[in-house]
Design a protein around this ligand. Sequence first.
Ligand code: FAD
Ligand code: NAI
Length: 479
Amino acid sequence: MTQSFDVAVIGAGPGGYVAAIRCAQLGLNTISIDEWENSQGKASLGGTCLNVGCIPSKALLESSENYERAAHKFSAHGIKLQDLSIDVPVMIARKDKIVSSFTGGIAMLFRKNKITAMHGRGTLLKSNNEREAWQVEVKNRDKVEVVEAKHIIIATGSTPRLLPMAPVDNERILDNVGALALTEIPQRLGVIGAGVIGLEMGSVWRRLGSEVTILESLPAFLSAADEQIAKEAQKIFTKELGLLIQTGIKISAIRSSNESITVEYTDSQGELLKLEVDKLIVAVGRVPNTSGLGAENVGLKLDGHGRIEVDGHCRTNLSNVYAVGDVVRGPMLAHKASEEGSAVAEIIAGQAGHVDLNTIPWVIYTSPEIAWVGKNEQELKSAGVQYKVGQFPFMANGRARALGETSGFVKVIADADTDRILGVHMIGPYVSEMISEAVVAMEFAASSEDIARIVHAHPSLSEVLHEAALSVDKRALHI
Ligand code: FAD
Ligand code: NAI
């Protein structure tokens, strides 16, 4: 007999698993369908984020940052180390353990919330009773089952964008999966794409000793960020970390031999150059994952970018079918996916779920970290919005000095007339944590004066945001 549910969630990444938990909390009989398998061929919940994305990359960033501190920063504290070395397999095993504890944790949360978990590929089937229930085929190798659900939440995520010239084998030409699993430090590492993955993964292996060259096709570095932050980041990554970053390049060929990989490209001046490396990471963006979903079976509408088309409440063109996370418009970020998952569960349960895409924070976990929320200066200029800016450097902050992490600054952008905060941009230590205050401020439609009037603990890094807010009206105190 076909099993019937109130909700079937296809995909158990941060969008899907959070949607399933929230549905179950709201009393909906829920099934989660996910096809992810780990390197041992076992079902592993959590999608890209937990298996080969956010969590493992942050584990390696932390390990490599500790090594970097021990190698270059401890001596300033009078701490002397001899014979410093890194055991890469141990570092990778630590990362794998963190991943498996989290993926196992989701399985436990599913059991606790009485969510049925089914392993396999979910495909929407054409059925005659669409008004009553949708049918989903779940295929796991030779085993095929069909389940029914009144509501469908699609959370099938994204996969790496392929570069036909650079076929990924995850031995020598790597995507995020291979870049997170290297067991030896490559002497020469090439990275195609100076985006978020390129910078985070490039940082990990550079800190551990690789010579890292990043090739970026756009003329501007980190074009998604505020221009001033991007310029500061490029300066620090080049001078302090030692990343070799070339922008405005065009790759013409990639050749592999037994010894090395050679990337042929023209630089921004049109000069033909060659880069020879031992490993090459390809990180040129991600594409929405709708393969095998059966969109064509049911007439599910996609947009011009191959994403599932949704309205402001994640509703697709099909009744009772929703889509969330990387597979729909908006930033490809785990917390955005999760919030959409929660919101949709609440909508299905008759509540009012909503996600404001303008207040989704971005964080890049390089050193120093980069974080922002809201609009940047170039966006406001092109929209013709009048604004004022306040800025404050970490160099003038007591806690940053004690940490020995004084690079970077915080910038608050407020409306010229109303003083309402339009965007906050940060580069500096632990700004991944500091950005939350700016998100709360923007969610509550705060002005820069509101932040200026809030008491911030001393000494703390958060005082830099306080001073930046004061600086909007030219009354910063410590500069
Ligand atoms: P996914 O996490 O991609 O999950 C989709 C799931 O659906 C997968 O398990 C997939 O196997 C399954 N699936 C697909 N099709 C089917 C089907 N037909 N049937 C059954 N199952 C199916 N974001 C951040 O916010 N912070 C970070 O620090 C961060 N770091 C990242 C680092 C890396 C290296 C990468 C690659 C990404 C990172 N991201 C980060 C992005 C983040 O991982 C994604 O935004 C997030 O995982 C999207 O969640 P999702 O639920 O939409 O999709
Ligand atoms: P990305 O979109 O951040 O960067 C890709 C870069 O590659 C761009 O700068 C692009 O101009 C460049 N590029 C494209 N084609 C190229 C070519 N042929 N030659 C040279 N350069 C080329 O994509 P990335 O780094 O793959 O990451 C995908 C997404 O995953 C991110 O956009 C983000 O949404 C998410 N992510 C988030 C993280 C975080 O929140 N800390 C960490 C890692 C990923």
